[in-house]
Design a protein around this ligand. Structure first.
Ligand code: TYM
Length: 380
């Protein structure tokens, strides 16, 4: 198994990562507290928490305790343009939207339109620029709080962040980033300084930053905790999701570099249908007879797992699907058809929202209350 911000290989052992990265599982007590806050806002505990897609954290219990004492935190997450966005990329954003809604807090979304240029060999800045515009609309389509959300591109906002970039970069030496990220003599010097850029938004407020993301991004935020207090800020808090697996099974994560294994936000209905039918790994039996007799295995069936984590909100319905599939009543093709229908209706709605996202994006980036404040601020 290998999990770092650039590559996920092998079957991910999340228990092992919890130990290696020094994390805690999100326990029942923490879930109860989040549920309480949700219910006060007439929201159910989020699907991703009920189904344990978000599964681990570092100090989220402290952020909650402080919240109940009246000390607010802020949210921070991001997306680096450079490849096509897939369904997995939306997970942290959908979850962050929920957290913003129930806790009513500020949210900063970093669009590092420099990161993938530095890390990918054949990617041009022009291509990144093009992709950035699409990614921004995909994110804005999710609907955050217009006055409490600031979305920024590094290339535009760097001027305001520059003093803080210098201070952060000065605190981190080469041997630390080498050990944390595996940089070597072939790594370009842009890559080596990039971690400072991803850490900076955790210092946008004196309050504590809470960062929802998949677990691959954790190294950046472990590093933040070593330097935050010496710069006069609080250590950040993390809440991690598992990876949405690729269509082909549980090796690695869904990634846009292998398009046939992923459902892209830009896929049309036909492509979704084709990909699921052709590639979605099935836990069904080889023949109809065997399947009816022995049933399917939901623990390895990608269509079931995607329905479970993302698309079947109804807890009774998903249980029924599991029972029917495992008893052989429901066939693999029928399960796939359910997933295809759900994904296509999700994407249809997403694309509608995306069409209307331009004016929202202006608010998040420049005209909303928080955005206006941020453009006036030079981060020292
Ligand atoms: P990026 O653009 O690779 O990914 C964006 C977000 O999506 C998560 N992610 C996934 N989640 C579930 N299943 C998957 N298969 C999957 N693939 C990716 C990533 O963990 C990430 O949260 N360096 C970052 C950009 C960034 C950022 C941040 C991310 C800048 N600041 C702060 C999180 C928090 C990147 O390249 O993400």
């Amino acid at each position: 198994m290998k999990v770092d911000p650039w590559k996920v290989e092998g079957k991910v052992d999340y228990e092992k990562l919890i130990k290696e990265f020094g994390l805690k599982k999100i326990d029942e007590k923490t879930l109860e507290l989040i549920k309480k806050v949700s219910e006060e806002k007439n929201e159910k505990l989020h699907l991703f928490l009920r189904r344990k897609l978000f599964f681990s954290h570092r100090d989220f219990d402290i952020a909650l305790k402080e919240y109940f004492e009246g000390k607010k935190f802020f949210l921070y997450t991001g997306r680096a343009p450079g490849g096509k966005m897939h369904l997995g990329h939306l997970i942290p954003f959908l979850f962050t939207k929920y957290l913003q809604k129930i806790f009513d807090v500020n949210l900063y979304i970093q669009i590092p339109d420099d990161e993938k240029f530095l890390f990918k060999k054949n990617l041009t800045l022009n291509k990144v620029k093009e992709m950035t515009e699409q990614d921004l609309l995909d994110i804005a389509a999710l609907n955050f709080d217009e006055d409490k959300t600031f979305i920024f591109k590094n290339s535009e906002y760097i001027k305001n962040m520059y003093p803080l970039f210098l201070k952060t970069a000065k605190k981190i030496n080469f041997s630390t980033v080498k050990a944390t990220f595996g940089f070597n003599n072939e790594s370009n010097i842009g890559m080596i300084s990039y971690p400072a850029l991803q850490i900076i938004p955790t210092f946008f407020e004196k309050n504590r930053a809470v960062i929802p993301c998949a677990i691959d991004q954790d190294p950046y935020f472990r590093l933040q905790r070593d330097i935050a207090e010496s710069l006069g800020f609080k250590k950040n808090v993390n809440i991690h999701s598992k990876f949405l697996p690729p269509l082909t099974g549980f090796e690695g994560k869904m990634s846009s570099s292998e398009e046939e294994k992923a459902i892209l936000l830009s896929d049309d209905e036909k492509t979704v249908k084709k990909k699921i039918n052709k590639y979605a790994f099935s836990g069904g039996k080889n023949t109809l007879e065997e399947h009816r007799k022995y049933g399917g295995d939901t623990s390895i069936d990608v269509s079931y797992i995607w329905l479970y984590y993302l698309f079947e909100e109804d807890d009774n319905k998903i249980l029924e699907v599991k029972e029917q599939y495992e008893s052989g009543k429901l066939l693999s093709g029928e399960l796939k058809a359910m997933l295809i229908e759900k994904i296509n209706s999700f994407l249809k709605q997403h694309n509608k929202n995306k069409e209307k996202a331009k004016s929202k994006l202006k608010k998040y980036m420049y005209e909303g209350k928080l955005a206006k404040q941020m453009w006036k601020k030079i981060h020292e």
